[in-house]
Ligand binder design. Structure first.
Ligand code: SAH
Ligand code: SF4
Ligand code: F3S
Length: 486
């Protein structure tokens, strides 16, 4: 696919062009010469392994990074003993951070046995100055460090490492640019994430994302639609539109466009059968969006609507710009327009100053909304965010107790809610061979619920009718129904 891209018009002997993406193509061509020499010398192509931590933004970034590595001539591997190992990191909670440091120790040992190995770190963690300092001083075996704003520069940074022979650190504080037309190597042939915006301007008081991903920038609708068309032509049936707060899409464009308008345009692209998006901030979810969702047959009946807390007092402290009542009213409006919608959420337990009463308000929202599923998080203090300075940090044992109670209830409700379609026929996108059952496939319903059913691998990537025989709490066991969509 993309790795066979021709470097025509690019002369690696000339000085580098200033314009992007030509500049990166130039450095990719230079790295390619190195990779070809490697192949000749070693009798095999160099291998690359990317580990992705964090959210779908990072997963999509990793597909772009892999696209560049393949263009250079690397062969992808899942093995961390590879010639090039890249960690695309997350720092949303302290745990994500710790995991990376833990694994770096392991990479150090691997590199001792294989000194030519190149180790690179990128992503959200690298946007934190103290992290980069620590890497510089205590993790000298790392070769390349870059951030979230310059992932498009991978080829150039790799070339610098190859030619300079020492640690390359290039982290930008911020950016207002969006570089289009980079190659991307999709994980799945039939579905793809599509960035519609980058960064976040919301500054929820607990959250580090606006600091590490920068200010909100929307891609132009014509660039997005061109990408979706290309994907459709390439056999993609499902797109997931990605942004930290998709509901504020387009506000900063020269010619403002609403997210609902963008959805209509994506809906009109032939070949695309399913449209998903993430994440919706409740404060910006418009009636126009609800209408577009209700009237589209392609937009999936699923909304991820993070509530974070059920206490209006805590929500104010979190800088979320809605109250418990406004959130519940929004849920009601959505359910009235789209009765079969599946709702999921994110909840933080133990935000500074959270009392038992505040927590019970969160439990109350869970009881009332009855989410299909909820991601529950223990509040994690992030240096530099306003909440880190707030009084009343909740003791660990209290948080743990609340977390356990919440999780139990979320799971009970989820297993009741998720089984509602049992004994019906549903459209399922067949996604991959089942991990556990030979001859079975795993797929997803429109509302994102997982279904396992016997089927041939040739069905992967198509939408099939599946009779849901049995609900097993969070997923179904089913069998192919008679008629098929395509
Ligand atoms: N932009 C998305 C979420 C991005 S982060 C949104 O606004 O919904 C994903 C989730 O991580 C958040 O929804 C929140 O629940 C959780 N999170 C963010 N910062 C956190 C922190 N400091 N501690 C615990 N959970 C956090
Ligand atoms: Fe973080 Fe809030 Fe932005 Fe989501 S909307 S990324 S929680 S600041
Ligand atoms: Fe993590 Fe960055 Fe996503 S901090 S959650 S990978 S935006």
């Amino acid at each position: 696919m993309k790795q066979n891209i021709h470097f025509s018009g690019i002369d690696p002997e000339l000085p580098p062009p200033a314009e992007e993406p030509d500049r990166q193509l130039y450095f990719a061509a230079k790295c390619r010469q190195w990779a070809d020499a490697f192949t000749k010398r070693c009798g095999r192509r160099p291998t690359a392994c990317i580990r992705t931590f964090g959210c779908q933004m990072n997963s999509r970034d990793s597909e772009k990074l892999l696209g560049v590595l393949k263009q250079i001539g690397y062969e992808e591997t899942d093995d961390e003993q590879a010639d090039f190992v890249l960690y695309n990191t997350c720092t949303v909670r302290e745990n994500a951070n710790k995991r990376v440091y833990g694994r770096l120790g392991y990479l150090n040992a691997a590199k001792k046995k294989k000194p030519d190995m190149i180790i690179a770190l990128c992503g959200c963690m690298m946007q934190e100055a103290q992290v980069v300092e620590k890497i510089r001083s205590s993790y000298r075996f790392v070769d390349i460090v870059f951030g979230t704003h310059n992932i498009f520069q991978l080829a150039e940074l790799l070339w610098r490492r190859l030619s300079e022979g020492k640690m390359v650190v290039d982290v930008w504080e911020g950016t207002d640019r969006i570089v289009e037309d980079l190659p991307a190597e999709r994980k799945y042939p039939f579905k793809s994430g599509v960035n519609i915006m980058f960064g976040c301007n919301n500054f929820c008081s607990y959250c580090i994302v606006p600091y590490v991903r920068g200010r909100e920038r929307s891609r132009r609708p014509e660039d997005i639609i061109a990408e979706v068309r290309r994907l459709a032509a390439d056999g993609v049936a499902e797109v997931m539109l990605l942004g930290q707060n998709v509901n504020s899409y387009g506000k900063t464009l020269d010619t403002p466009v609403t997210f609902a308008e963008l959805l209509k345009q994506v809906d009109a692209v032939e070949g695309i059968k399913r449209i998903r998006f993430m994440t919706s901030h409740p404060k910006d979810l418009s009636d126009e969006l609800i209408e577009v969702m209700a009237s589209s047959s392609k937009i999936c009946r699923h909304l991820h609507l993070p509530v974070q807390s059920g206490s209006s007092r805590i929500l104010k402290q979190m800088n979320r710009h809605y109250t418990k009542e406004q959130y519940l009213e929004l849920v009601e409006r959505i359910r009235r327009a789209i009765p079969d919608i599946s709702l999921t959420t994110d909840i933080i337990v133990g935000f500074p100053g959270e009392t038992e009463e505040d927590f019970l308000e969160t439990m109350d929202v869970v009881e009332r909304v009855r989410y299909d599923s909820a991601f529950t998080f223990i509040y994690s203090k992030r240096t530099g965010t306003p909440a880190a300075e707030m009084p009343g940090q909740v003791p660990e044992n209290v948080v743990k107790d609340r977390f356990d109670r919440l999780l139990r209830r979320v799971q009970e409700i989820s297993s009741e809610v998720c089984g509602r379609d049992v004994h019906t026929v549903q459209k399922v996108l067949a996604e991959e061979p089942d991990d556990h059952l030979a001859g079975y496939l795993t797929g997803r319903m429109d509302n994102n619920t997982i279904v396992h059913f016997p089927g041939d691998e040739s069905l992967i990537g198509s939408i099939v009718d599946v009779y849901l025989e049995e609900s097993r709490g969070f997923y179904y066991m089913g069998k192919l129904a008679e008629s098929r969509d395509e």
